[in-house]
Design a protein around this ligand. Structure first.
Ligand code: AVI
Length: 323
């Protein structure tokens, strides 16, 4: 039972125009099988939980990508032309971009993110530490076309997409994103992108089933968010986190499984759950180097160079736009 829901005053709060979040939730929970988009994991509680995930002993991707960026920073930075505008798709913690900034002479840094407040805070922190760097934040959904700031139009462009966020896109979305990035960045552009690799299934399983239960809280938080922001009444304690590796589709799947028969109401619409029924909340695709390169080629990019850690857990790729 959602403690925030029943009061009349509360009910009025949800009477207004339905947000994109509300529309997506209603549409996705009306499907069979039920699903929710992973983009809704990241409210402030979810973003904080994700930061905790990146520090977990079982969650190797963040640590491993940082090692590659640190160890191969010089070679990676060598593909970034002097005076280039580095366009980061999605602006997380600035830890990763700082590793590149320390090694190359950028003309500008352009972080692009849907969350304007977060973006400004990150931009201010960078300006304080790199007073000579031009920082031009762009508030936009980076999965859709957007305009680059006028000030960087004449500069060579380099895209930066770390964190294997590409893995959370369905294959057709990953192709669409890479094509769109190619169009936004233009002719002769380059791209540096982090991609998680296929590996021992036990390692993958453990990374999404950590012993501290943080990934479970991250997954369940989306139901809390629906209760908080959409006046839902999900009994969150009646759901459990499940993450499995789907070998045929090269992906970790995250689900929320209902422990019993129940109903939940969101924005006046009732959803019924059978015992054991799943809400599919996230896919995290894992690539081989060859499969990623084939994807990049079909999106208009030519692979220039790839780097992995010694154990071959994670990869960072440099691409150049093909004519
Ligand atoms: C953000 N993204 C690359 C993470 C991943 O590994 O797919 C999200 C995540 N989901 C569960 N743990 C981390």
């Amino acid at each position: 039972m959602n403690v925030h829901a029943p009061a009349l005053a509360e009910a009025h709060r949800f009477d207004g125009p339905i947000s994109a979040f509300g529309r997506d939730v209603i549409e996705n929970l009306s499907q069979a099988p039920k699903r929710l988009s992973p983009k809704y994991f990241y409210d402030s509680a979810g973003s904080e939980l994700f930061e905790q995930i990146t520090l977990l002993p079982e969650y190797y991707p963040t640590r491993t990508e940082l090692t590659i960026l640190r160890d191969r920073g010089r070679a990676i930075s060598a593909i970034i032309p002097k005076g280039a505008a580095l366009v980061e798709f999605g602006a997380g913690a600035t830890t990763k971009v700082r590793l590149l900034l320390d090694q190359c002479a950028l003309g500008a840094y352009v972080p692009v993110d849907i969350s304007g407040d977060f973006l400004q805070a990150q931009a201010d922190a960078l300006r304080a530490d790199y007073p000579n760097l031009n920082v031009y934040p762009v508030t936009a959904d980076f999965t859709a076309p957007f305009d680059l700031p006028e000030a960087v139009r004449a500069m060579p462009k380099v895209g930066f997409f770390p964190g294997s966020t590409l893995g959370n896109f369905e294959p057709h979305e990953a192709l669409g994103f890479l094509r769109s990035a190619r169009n936004i960045l233009g002719k002769d552009a380059r791209m540096v992108i982090g991609v998680d690799l296929e590996k021992d299934e036990r390692v993958l399983y453990d990374a999404y089933n950590d012993s501290a239960g943080i990934t479970a809280r991250f997954n369940l938080n989306v139901l809390h968010r629906i209760n908080r922001e959409l006046g839902g009444d999900f009994d969150v304690g009646a759901f459990v986190h499940r993450a499995i590796y789907n070998r045929d589709r090269h992906r970790i799947e995250m689900h929320l499984i209902s422990k019993k028969a129940l109903t939940a109401q969101v924005l006046g619409k009732q959803f019924s759950f059978r015992p054991g029924e799943s809400i599919h909340t996230e896919n995290s695709y894992k690539y081989s180097i060859d499969r990623f390169m084939a994807l990049a080629r079909s999106a208009g990019w030519q692979p220039l160079e790839s780097w992995t850690d010694a154990a071959g857990m994670f990869s960072v790729h440099a691409l150049v736009a093909s004519d």
